[in-house]
Ligand binder design. Sequence first.
Ligand SMILES: Cc1cc2nc3c(=O)[nH]c(=O)nc-3n(C[C@H](O)[C@H](O)[C@H](O)COP(=O)(O)OP(=O)(O)OC[C@H]3O[C@@H](n4cnc5c(N)ncnc54)[C@H](O)[C@@H]3O)c2cc1C
Length: 383
Amino acid sequence: MSHKYKVGIIGGGVSGLTAAAALTKHGHQVSVFERTDRIDETHGGFLMWPQANNIFKKIGIAEKIAPNINLINEVLTVDIEGKLLSKALLDFGNENCYSINKKDLMEALVEEVGQQNISHIKFVETIINDENGVTIKFKDESEYTFDLLIGADGANSKVRELIFKTQQKPAYMGYTIWQGIADMPGANMNEDTIIEAYGDGKKIAITPLGYGKYAWWAASTSSHRRLEHLNAGRKKKVVQRYKNFYKLINEVLKTTPEETIIKNAAFTSPPDARNIWGKGKVILIGDAAHPCAPDRGISASLAIEDAFYLSELISTYTSPEAAFKQFTTSRVSRVTTLIKMAKEHGELGLWKSSFAIFIRNFLLKNVLAKSSRKMFDTIAKMD
Ligand SMILES: Cc1cc2nc3c(=O)[nH]c(=O)nc-3n(C[C@H](O)[C@H](O)[C@H](O)COP(=O)(O)OP(=O)(O)OC[C@H]3O[C@@H](n4cnc5c(N)ncnc54)[C@H](O)[C@@H]3O)c2cc1C
């Protein structure tokens, strides 16, 4: 089947750009619209599961990112004093997990898609979705019509809001997340090991990126869903908040340049939104379709899987609607299972009272190592 579509993509994050690269490989004409002025300025680190690398090989960016990846072989869970609670190996035969600086991944994707196919400072205002196609009007009064539209604009998706009106709002998970990248050449940490440290209503995960850089994210329970991404003094606040954690955690936070620190609220999908991702000629992918807790580093890999699988279906099915239906039907079970796993694991790390912490640490030491391994096998195995 050789139909070639004009495809619009809202959002130049990992899902939008992976979809753009994969669709371009199939000969479709792709335009990406991103609200920020630069994509490769993004900070943060990703843990990538084996299937992401297989997809990157197919869309041609595996070689580009190869010099920047760092193999990850195990995850250690420790308590607030740094004492070991559990250890899980990330070995999947010939396949590996690796970490990558988000900036390096985004640069490679932008190069693959071509800067000329990405428009910046674009804020979508209206979407007309009918049998003739999809017309998008932006705030700057520009207007484009496509055969189909992919909403890849993250957890607070404007596309989802416009297509589904108010029915589907992401659910606030009751905690705030900070993330940053520490510069610690010569630090006393294994470069192939993720550390997750659990405290009282707070947790922090550190992922080595190689070359003495360590990406971290820290979650802390909060009844407010404030989104002050770049407030002055945010470094001081996060250092202060985690000061009762062991020395290494304090060092990681203190050696993080403030400009790399971002604060967000954590969201997950409301249950009724988990299996409704498309309407007419518009489909949602990645965090726009199914926001997920950051635990276990699942969601970027899910976003990459979505993008690649959707592009295969669009290129083989007879209509966008048929491709979207198949996409949702075949993705929903895996996505729902993994989101539930991330959510449950995430909540465990935020238990607060001393009794709850005692029980959690007991479970982690004695029961949960086995279930962690099972969880990792499920994440790494994509049908
Ligand atoms: C602290 C933290 C740590 C994480 N660690 C990991 C990890 O180790 N591994 C992992 O797999 N995942 C991780 N994740 C999750 C991962 O970041 C997301 O799942 C992933 O980025 C989703 O990609 P996306 O492209 O769907 O959405 P996003 O990355 O959110 O991209 C959306 C893009 O759309 C743009 N946009 C938004 N609204 C509009 C609009 N109206 N118009 C135009 N453009 C718009 C945004 O600017 C952005 O560029 C983490 C998340 C957090 C918060």
